[in-house]
Design a protein around this ligand. Structure first.
Ligand code: UD1
Ligand code: CA
Length: 432
């Protein structure tokens, strides 16, 4: 049994075109819950806590993908594959970077957003426990069409991966497939990369040839069979993107239900995986929660609410219908019950935000965003606009229909309102 923990470096293949997405956006930059597919894969790897560095192989729309990666990840570097001569050639682009590396190399496709950190951890543990030189992640599918098949010898030991286009009729019947994820003991198998050739039906360098190489060297290659097939689901079309989003959201909601959160109608509720919610909070139908959020206990959210990320709610907070909240911290027992927009704000506890209150946080000309701070026990009247930056003090009130463009001190009332005129007999005057 392996006791020493090795450091892992990953290679994530993301150079392919993704033609079937029919999009100007590169496939791996398509989003689920406002997060890129590639981001899901890098995060799954990073969250194992074992990854030192990730090499992202880019090709199609390379600059766009590289911009995304450099902006969001400090431990990921892009390597260009041009032209794209197959998966073996793709992984090869990180070969120089890995010269002399003593640890393990994890290779993954960049379009599998449903792969979990838990599964990756199990995969790594299995590899280490069995002291494999190479472990391939496989899955048993009812319909294995188009995938590489896992071919075993008479003893059931892994022998090779054969691509659909190279497979015999007999091999095509095999329903254990290659998911495209591999873990390599790098010092032992790195030379395999120098042996790849294009003697196959697609005239490409196949990464899958690594299996044969490892076995021919007398090294140990095994497969790790996925418990949950959907984790290897690769996105190739908009339809599959929508399917993956649904699987992901159901996974999140199932977990929240288990943890004691009430989700009244899971079918119409969308909650991102990076949202934490405490028990006894109720999420009403048609609520959409994306990005990273932290929601306390006994909150009521929706119906028809939208949290756009970086939202932190204390306990007993109410976010009602047709309310949008973004980048905002709200303390306990504050209500934002109807038709409001609250962005870039800090709300204290026991605040009451009247229907139709808007924090005007954005200057369209300078593109700047400004903050609104509302202290404990303050209240805003219906249909008021707070022009940020603004500070509404403790116990302060805002009169209905006001446009607030200055700070309101504690205990004060802020009011902007044209005087009410009453014209008596108006009805009789305009009647012909
Ligand atoms: C590959 C495997 C197959 C496996 C399947 C799982 C090979 C030869 N075959 O098939 O056994 O069942 O994945 O999905 O490896 N890519 C590059 N550069 C290239 C080619 C591909 O970066 O030159 C990237 C793609 O962007 C994608 C990944 O590699 O992320 C897999 O490529 P794809 O063409 O989808 O794989 P298949 O050949 O279908
Ligand atoms: Ca291919």
């Amino acid at each position: 049994m392996e006791t020493t923990k090795k450091t892992i470096k990953s290679i994530i293949l993301a150079a392919g075109k993704g033609t079937r997405m029919k999009s100007q956006t590169p496939k791996v930059l398509h989003k689920i819950f406002n997060k890129e597919l590639l981001g899901y894969v890098i995060d799954a790897v990073n969250n194992t806590g074992k990854a030192e560095e990730n090499y992202i192989i880019v090709g199609h729309c390379a600059q766009q993908v590289e911009d995304y990666v450099t902006k969001n990840y400090t431990n990921a570097k892009c390597r260009l594959q041009s032209p794209q001569l197959g998966t073996g050639h793709a992984a090869m682009q990180a070969y120089e970077d890995l010269k002399g590396f003593e640890g393990e190399v994890l290779i993954l496709n960049g379009d599998i957003p449903l792969l979990t950190t838990e599964t990756l951890n199990k995969f790594i543990e299995e590899h280490r426990k069995n002291t494999n030189a190479l472990t391939v992640m496989s899955a048993i599918l009812d319909d294995p069409t188009n995938y590489g098949r896992i071919v075993r010898d008479e003893n059931g030991d892994l022998k090779a991966i054969v691509e659909e286009k190279d497979a015999t009729e007999e091999q095509k019947k095999i329903n254990e497939i290659n998911t495209g994820a591999y873990l390599l003991d790098w010092p032992k198998v790195n030379e395999a990369f120098l042996s790849f050739d294009t003697n196959n039906a697609q005239h490409e360098y196949y990464l899958t040839d690594i299996v044969k190489w490892t076995i021919n060297k007398g090294l140990k290659a095994r497969s790790y069979i996925l418990e949950n097939n959907e984790e290897s689901f690769g996105i190739n079309s908009k339809k599959q993107l929508a399917e993956a989003a649904k699987i992901l959201k159901n996974r999140v909601i199932d977990k929240l239900l288990d943890e004691g959160v009430t989700v009244v109608d899971p079918d119409t509720t969308y909650i991102s995986p990076e949202t934490q919610i405490e028990p006894d909070t109720i999420i009403y139908p048609c609520t959409y929660i994306e990005g990273k959020n932290k929601i306390g206990r006994d909150c009521k959210i929706g119906p028809f609410a939208r949290l756009r990320g970086d939202v932190e709610l204390g306990d007993g907070v109410k976010i009602g219908n047709f309310v949008e909240i973004k980048k905002t911290k709200i303390k306990d027992h504050t209500n934002v019950c109807h038709l409001s927009y609250v962005g870039d704000s800090m709300l204290g506890s026991n605040v009451n935000i009247g229907a139709g209150t808007i924090t005007a946080n954005y200057n369209h000309i300078t593109k700047e965003k400004f903050k609104t701070v509302i202290d404990d026990n303050a209240s805003t009247g219906s249909n008021s606009v707070i022009v940020a930056p603004a500070h509404i003090g403790e116990n302060a009130s805002i009169g209905a229909g006001s446009v607030i463009s200055k700070d309101i001190e504690a205990n004060a009332l802020g009011l902007t309102r044209a005087p009410l005129k009453i014209l008596k007999g108006w009805f009789d005057r305009i009647k012909i």
